[in-house]
Write a protein of this length. Structure first.
Length: 93
């Protein structure tokens, strides 16, 4: 049951990353970003699409038995790399 909840959260995170990457690639066409589909994406909303710089680390395995997971992780990271945000320093007047 817990594994299914984790998988659904990661799926929702993938959908958010894909939508943000599409918005970054084509600023004229705005795609809806489903931040509210998961608690995880709701918590990461300000980090992913807000006024901040975010780093994503992808853990890969050199073993051939993990080829499918490594390829999936690389696709995930490639989509995350396409997200462009403009962080602005918040200053008091």
């Amino acid at each position: 049951k817990e594994g299914a909840a984790i998988n659904s959260s990661l799926t929702a995170l993938g959908q958010v990353i894909t939508a943000l990457a599409e918005n970054s690639g084509n600023p004229k066409k705005k795609t809806f970003v489903p931040f509210r589909n998961s608690v995880l994406t709701r918590l990461l909303q300000s980090a992913l699409g807000g006024n901040s710089k975010t780093v994503m680390v992808a853990a890969l395995s050199p073993a051939d038995i993990n080829y499918e997971e490594t390829l999936s992780t690389l696709r995930y990271a490639d989509n995350a790399k396409k997200i462009k945000t403009a962080a602005v320093k918040n200053e008091d007047p």
